[in-house]
Ligand binder design. Structure first.
Ligand SMILES: Nc1nc2c(c(=O)[nH]1)N(C=O)[C@@H](CNc1ccc(C(=O)N[C@@H](CCC(=O)O)C(=O)O)cc1)CN2
Ligand SMILES: Nc1ncnc2c1ncn2[C@@H]1O[C@H](COP(=O)(O)OP(=O)(O)OP(=O)(O)O)[C@@H](O)[C@H]1O
Length: 191
């Protein structure tokens, strides 16, 4: 265990706890703002296959915009962990799709088709101004993005209290194309 991984571990702990302690009303207001920015960014979702997620541990909840995206012709998909060291697979999700609880108690669709993403909304535990992301520490999203020949549009989502000066990215870290918080949409260098 080196210093960087110790530092990441303690940041994760602090940031997750801060996020879980956001008062409900504030969480709702910040989430409304993020939903507005995401709608702006995904103005033409027709025919796009977009990855979303079921929130855990105080993450922004993207489900309120799911309805909007579907109405505008998007296909939505949710991540499933296949194995510890492999990319996530994304399965199509529609309102009413049968779900089962999988790892970390996260619901995943049962038996729907596996899709390749055009865009993906990615929850972040922490982030920096370059769009580098701190996650839960298992590298799933990095491995998933690395498995794509043509990168899907990546939209990292977090609250401003999760902003860090520097995430000290490692060679395997892939920056988000956009970072979206309650304060706005930030385009990063990688876009
Ligand atoms: N909502 C959501 N769904 C997702 C992800 C995510 O980040 N958010 N994932 C993105 O990868 C995958 C699930 N990965 C996860 C990996 C680890 C932990 C977790 O809680 N790990 C530690 C705690 C970390 C810490 O507190 O330092 C644990 O095992 O307790 C949760 C989800 C797929 N689905
Ligand atoms: N493309 C990849 N190929 C192989 N291993 C990878 C890849 N991306 C990340 N990893 C490994 O995954 C582990 C976790 O990476 P990191 O500390 O960046 O996690 P994180 O970004 O906080 O978490 P996550 O992406 O799960 O939300 C590291 O040991 C790293 O080596």
């Amino acid at each position: 265990m080196n210093n960087l991984s110790e530092w990441k571990k303690s940041q994760r702990k602090q940031l997750i706890s801060a996020r879980e302690n956001i008062p409900e009303k504030t969480h709702w207001e910040w989430s409304q703002a993020i939903s507005g920015f995401l709608r702006q960014e995904l103005l033409k979702p027709q025919k796009m296959i977009i990855g979303i997620y079921c929130p855990i541990r105080g993450e922004y909840d993207p489900r309120p915009i799911a309805q909007h995206l579907i109405q505008h012709g998007a296909t939505l998909a949710l991540p499933e962990i296949i194995d510890k060291d492999t990319p996530l697979c994304f399965r199509e999700w529609l309102p009413g799709t049968a779900m089962r609880n999988a790892a970390y108690g996260i619901p995943i669709p049962v038996g729907t088709r596996i899709v390749r993403l055009d865009a993906v909304i990615i929850p972040m535990v922490g982030f920096d101004h370059q769009g580098y992301r701190l996650g839960y520490g298992s590298g799933y999203f990095d491995r998933t993005l690395a498995s794509y020949q043509r990168q899907p549009l990546s939209l990292g989502v977090a609250f401003e209290i999760q902003r860090l000066k520097n995430v000290y990215p490692q060679p395997h870290d892939i920056a988000m194309h956009h970072v979206i918080t309650e304060a706005g949409i930030f385009q990063t260098k990688s876009y």
